[in-house]
Design a protein around this ligand. Structure first.
Ligand code: ADP
Length: 473
C-alpha cells in the first residue's frame, strides 16, 4: 500500500515530544512490513540540513489562498530506507519556535496541508492512505474529501487531545474553507475554528496512541470539550499502543552512557549512576535516585512536585528534574535549583542527559494527570529504571504494579502505580518505591525483568497495517 505519513515533527530532525519519536520510528517498521511509505513535514529553521544530509529537490509548489501565493521548496533525505520530504517556506517556518503562539498558526499549517497534496501530485504518488497526526496535518482530511475529491482514505492519529488547533473563526475565510462547514458537525467549536475536530469529521478512521486513552477521551476532562462529539464518532475510533524504537533506545549501544549493559550484565549499570551523580554534583550513591524528565506542563503532574517539595527534599533520596515549559513551573524549579544538596534541576532539553538518567536512575517519576501513551516509562523500563506512575492512559496500559504482577506466574516486573490525583497518593507511591529500594534483590529482579519486555513497534505496526487494510477494502 502507498502511505503518505504527514506529521509536524520527526526525530531526529526536530522533536518537542513523543510524537516525534513515533514519527521517527513507526514509518520504518511499516516499510519493513511491506508498506510503500513516505513522510512529509515542514522544514523549520531549527532543522540541521547539513547534519541530516537534507538536500533540495527540483520540486517547488505554489499554494494559492485568498489571492495570495505561498511558495514551498521541497527538500528531501532518506533515513533508514524511509524517504522524508521537507516543505520549506521561509515566512512560515523560519521562526524561533516550531509551534509558538503565533496568531497565524492555522495558516502556517493550513498552507502546509495544501502543499502536501500538491507534492503528492508532483511526485505522482497517489496515497492509498493519508496517515495524519494531530491538528497540524488534520486539514488534509477535509482537503482530500471535500476540496480535491481524492480517492485516498484518511487515518488521523490523536497524540494528545489537549492540543486541538483552535483559532478565531475567521480562519475559515483565510483558508478558503466555506462557511457551510462552520457547523457543530465539522469545524465549529464554541464559536471558534477547530482544526482537529474538522480533521476527525472528515477522516475515515481515528486512533489514539493507547487503548485506555481511546476510552478516556469519551469523558470529561480528557475529552477536552469534544467528549460528546467523540461519542458520535465512536465507531471509527480505536486505540493502538505506541511502540518504542528499540534500536534507538538500547542500553547496550547508547553512545551517551558511561557503561553499556543488558539484563544479564545488570550489575554494570551502577557504573552509570556513580559517574552521573559525580557529574551532577550529587552525593551519596547509596540513596535511591528519582528522576523526572518531561515537558513542564500541568498534564505531567508537576503540581505534585510543587505541593510536596518541602517534604520530598527531606527524604533520603536524590532527585533530578529535567525539562522546560510553562513559566509557573520553570520559575518554581529555578528557585529550588541551587538550594538543596540532593536536588538537581536541568532547565532545558538535553537528549544526552536524559539518556544518562534513564541508565542511572532507580526510579522514573511520571505522576501524569493524563497521558495519551507516554514513552518515558517504556524507555525507563528498557534501561532498567523502575517507573512510578499514575494509573492513566498509556501508563495504565504499559505499567502494572509490581504487587499485582508478582501474583502472576512468570510475570514479575513493571513498576509502582498509584491512582488518585492527590498528593498523599503521590507521596505514598514514592514511599513504596523507597521501601522497594531497601530490598535491592527484589528491586533488581523487577528491573531486569522489565528490560526483557518487548516494547518494539512490531505489534503496533501490524495493527496499523490492519487499519490501513480495512480502510481500503
Ligand atoms: P510528550 O509527548 O507528552 O512530551 P512522551 O512521554 O510521549 O511525552 O515523550 C517524551 C519524549 O521526550 C521522551 O523521549 C523523553 O525522553 C523526551 N523528553 C521530554 N522532555 C525532555 C527534556 N527536557 N530533555 C530530553 N528529553 C526530553
Amino acid at each position: 500500500m502507498k502511505i503518505a505519513y504527514v506529521v509536524s515533527e520527526v526525530f531526529p530532525f526536530v522533536k518537542t515530544g513523543g510524537m516525534a519519536d513515533v514519527a521517527g520510528s513507526l514509518p520504518r517498521y511499516l516499510k519493513a512490513n511491506g508498506q510503500e511509505i513516505i513522510t512529509i513535514l515542514p522544514l523549520y529553521q531549527s532543522i540541521d540540513t547539513k547534519q541530516h544530509k537534507i538536500k533540495p529537490s527540483k520540486i517547488s509548489l505554489t499554494v494559492e489562498l485568498v489571492g495570495q501565493s505561498y511558495e514551498f521548496d521541497v527538500h528531501e533525505c532518506t533515513r533508514h530506507g524511509v524517504k522524508h520530504y521537507f516543505l520549506a517556506n521561509a515566512f512560515f517556518f523560519e521562526r524561533e519556535e516550531i509551534y509558538g503562539n503565533y496568531a497565524d498558526n492555522y495558516l502556517r499549517f493550513g498552507a502546509f496541508c495544501h502543499a502536501v497534496i500538491l507534492l503528492m501530485q508532483a511526485l505522482d504518488f497517489q496515497p492509498d492512505v493519508y496517515h495524519l497526526n494531530d491538528w497540524q496535518s488534520a486539514l488534509i482530511a477535509f482537503l482530500v474529501k471535500e476540496v480535491y475529491h481524492l480517492p485516498s482514505k484518511v487515518l488521523l492519529t490523536l497524540h494528545n487531545l489537549a492540543y486541538q488547533g483552535v483559532f478565531d473563526k475567521h480562519a475559515i475565510d483565510h483558508l478558503e474553507i466555506g462557511w457551510e462547514w462552520f457547523t457543530v458537525e465539522a469545524f465549529e467549536f464554541f464559536d471558534h475554528f477547530n482544526l482537529l475536530k474538522g480533521g476527525m469529521t472528515f477522516s475515515d478512521c481515528v486512533n489514539t496512541v493507547s487503548p485506555t486513552y481511546a476510552e478516556e477521551i469519551k469523558q470529561q476532562p480528557n475529552g477536552n470539550g469534544l467528549e460528546n462529539f467523540i461519542h458520535l464518532h465512536e465507531s471509527k475510533i480505536t486505540g493502538i499502543l505506541n511502540g518504542l524504537d528499540i534500536e534507538e533506545w538500547n542500553p547496550q549501544k547508547d553512545a551517551n552512557l558511561y557503561k553499556h549493559y543488558n539484563s544479564v550484565t545488570f550489575k554494570e549499570r551502577k557504573i552509570n549512576k556513580k559517574n552521573l551523580l559525580k557529574e551532577l554534583g550529587l552525593k551519596e550513591e547509596q540513596k535511591p535516585l528519582f528522576t523526572f524528565i518531561g515537558r513542564f506542563v500541568k498534564q505531567k503532574g508537576l503540581d505534585f512536585f510543587m505541593h510536596t517539595f518541602e517534604f520530598l527534599q527531606e527524604l533520603e533520596i536524590n532527585l533530578v528534574i529535567v525539562g522546560e515549559g510553562d513559566n509557573e513551573y520553570a520559575l518554581f524549579f529555578d528557585k529550588i535549583r541551587t538550594k538543596y544538596d540532593n536536588v538537581y534541576v536541568y532547565m532545558g532539553y538535553s537528549e544526552s542527559l536524559s539518556r544518562k538518567l534513564y541508565a542511572s536512575s532507580d526510579f522514573l517519576l511520571m505522576p501524569s494527570l493524563f497521558e495519551p501513551c507516554g514513552l518515558n516509562q517504556m524507555i525507563a523500563m528498557r534501561y532498567g529504571a523502575i517507573p512510578v506512575v499514575r494509573k492513566t492512559g498509556g501508563l495504565r496500559d504499559t505499567v502494572q504494579d509490581f504487587r499485582d504482577t508478582e501474583k502472576v506466574e512468570g510475570k514479575h516486573g513493571k513498576g509502582v502505580v498509584f491512582t488518585k490525583k492527590d498528593t498523599v497518593s503521590f507521596l505514598v507511591a514514592i514511599m513504596r518505591a523507597i521501601s522497594l529500594y531497601a530490598n535491592r534483590q527484589k528491586m533488581n529482579r523487577i528491573a531486569r525483568k522489565n528490560m526483557e519486555l518487548d516494547f518494539s513497534w512490531e505489534e503496533a505496526s501490524r495493527a496499523y497495517i490492519q487499519v490501513y487494510q480495512k480502510l481500503i477494502l
